[in-house]
Design a protein around this ligand. Structure first.
Ligand SMILES: *Cc1c(COP(=O)(O)O)cnc(C)c1O
Ligand SMILES: [Zn+2]
Length: 416
């Protein structure tokens, strides 16, 4: 059994251990491919026989056979990650108009976003390759995750972020974990171009969302989500969509789970963009006839991306799952976030796009009110404290240090 890298565009194969970020022939994106037969894989996976007890505690490495069968226990750089909760909250379901709405909270990963699921695999691979440094361009969460896993692995971490455009929690984490942080005077798309060039020139191992190992790790969100439901597929899975790596990973995971017979039908994907950063939603409306590049602007910094790197793969994911792509306004994102936050769950703005998208799709009649829907919350509430206080700061009331003032304040709070 072997796993190799294969170009999406021209199908050229490369050895798994080649330290390349793109196809050498045509610069196309690379994916992991394996010759392991479906029945083999299903059997191996079912008994999880190849996983040590330590790895079984990771919500990523438990699924090693579906992700990177070659990873050796000794190479794995794991927190562990994953094992995130899937919860129901009446308040959020009611707001979205969808009775059977589940929230899968990926913000409960070690560094507070789903990025850890890809990073554990990518950094494991970087160490196996003997890389000295790992690098990425990021809107923030990838940086935080890279910084933490690089520290764990003893590698140098280098991150390129758009100057002044990164949520405070993410920047603070990245600095604290000890990465080298370069704030670029440009947008995310400029950072991505730069790090792409730098990785080739300076020999850094690139762990952007086009990295096939990261995408492979992110498939575990879907495997875990399905496993938690005893492999009974929901009708829909909704997620925020920015650079489209996760949309692509979800599509690949669903196809794989179906091909292996782990699920008997494929849930539909609902990819949700912010109105101010919706090149993919725009393309979808035209049956993907063209690809767009926009000047991105939204409060949801994690999806403020104008030229999504994984566009083609995400098209395949949407088509392959009979999925849809929609967009929601910043106002709707913040309204969804208020519901999620006040249900005691909480998430960062980009994550709330998934729930805002479900609401829109229910209102438009695309999602039925009785359908079974999982909305993925991608990041933790504390990632973006500035937005929280900008949007809800008026709730904090300063009063005199007297019992009378406390009593009056509580009485008026009760009336609201
Ligand atoms: C990275 C990220 C996204 C977007 O995922 P893509 O793979 O870029 O589409 C959404 N939400 C959060 C919190 C993220 O960190
Ligand atoms: Zn190629």
């Amino acid at each position: 059994m072997t796993t190799w890298l294969q170009c999406d565009a021209c199908s050229t194969r490369f050895d798994l251990l080649e330290p390349i970020a793109r196809c050498r022939q045509c610069r196309g994106l690379l994916a992991l491919a394996s010759d392991l037969g479906p029945t083999d894989l299903a059997r191996r996976f079912a008994d999880q026989g190849s996983c040590s007890p330590a790895l079984r505690r990771s919500g990523v490495w438990r699924f090693r056979d579906l992700i990177l069968p070659e990873a050796r226990d000794a190479d794995v750089v794991s927190f562990p990650e994953g094992n995130t909760p899937q919860v129901q909250r009446a308040r959020v379901a009611e707001w979205a108009g969808c009775r059977r709405l589940w929230l899968k909270h990926e913000g409960m990963n070690p560094t507070g976003s789903f990025k850890d699921r890809g990073m554990t695999v990518a950094v494991t691979h970087a160490r196996r390759l003997g890389a000295r440094a790992v690098a990425c361009a990021s809107t923030g969460n990838t940086s935080a995750s890279l910084a933490a896993y690089a520290a764990h692995a003893g590698l140098l971490g280098v991150v390129l972020i758009p100057a002044g455009k990164t949520a405070l929690g993410k920047l603070a984490q990245t600095v604290a974990y000890g990465a080298t942080v370069l704030a670029i005077r440009g947008d995310f798309d400029a950072c991505l171009d730069l790090v792409d060039q730098a990785s080739e020139r300076l020999g850094l191992y690139l762990v952007n969302s086009i990295n096939p190992l990261r995408l492979a790790g992110q498939k575990s969100i879907v495997f875990e989500l399905l496993e938690d439901r005893a492999w009974r597929a929901p009708d829909w899975i909704a997620l925020p969509a920015g650079n489209l790596g996760n949309t692509s990973a979800f599509g690949a995971a669903l196809q794989q789970a179906h091909a292996l017979g782990l699920i008997d039908r494929i849930p539909r994907l609902a990819a949700v963009q912010a109105e101010g950063a919706a090149p993919f939603a725009r393309s979808y409306r035209e049956q993907f006839a063209q690809r767009y590049r926009v000047e991105a602007d939204t409060v949801a910094t994690a999806i403020r991306i104008g030229n999504p790197a994984s566009h083609d793969r995400a098209v395949a994911a949407v088509r392959g799952t009979n999925g849809v792509v929609t967009m929601v306004s910043d106002q709707d994102i913040l309204a969804a976030k208020r519901e999620i936050d006040q249900a005691g769950v909480g998430c960062e703005p980009a994550s709330a796009a998934s729930v805002a998208g479900v609401r829109r799709l229910v209102r438009e009649g695309t999602i039925g009110p009785d359908e079974d829907v999982v909305a993925v919350l991608t990041g933790h509430i504390l990632k973006d404290p500035e937005i929280l206080l900008r949007d809800r700061g008026d709730v904090v009331r300063e009063i005199d240090p007297t019992l009378a003032a406390v009593e009056a304040a509580i009485a008026s709070a009760g009336q609201r």
